[in-house]
Design a protein around this ligand. Sequence first.
Ligand SMILES: [Zn+2]
Length: 95
Amino acid sequence: MPTLGALEKAGWHGLQSYCRACRIGAILIWAYLKLAPALDFDTVAARLRCSRCGRRPEPGDVRPYYHDTGHAQGRGVPPGAQDVPPAKPPHGQAG
Ligand SMILES: [Zn+2]
């Protein structure tokens, strides 16, 4: 998985997470996160918690965020990025 620095370089504006329990999403831009660019996306995604209920988001519910200004044909993907990094399937037993 890419590092935060690599994602930012590719044009992503931050991370977005979604809580299935609260059914709310949160957008966390880099300036707000204030994390080291060397950190791995997976590492950061695993640390995120819902600000309302405190649950951790499911794997795949944390994704890079791109503020689509209309120039990227509405894909929500920055021009410098090839694809959204694939969500890592959960390992081991569920629950
Ligand atoms: Zn929640």
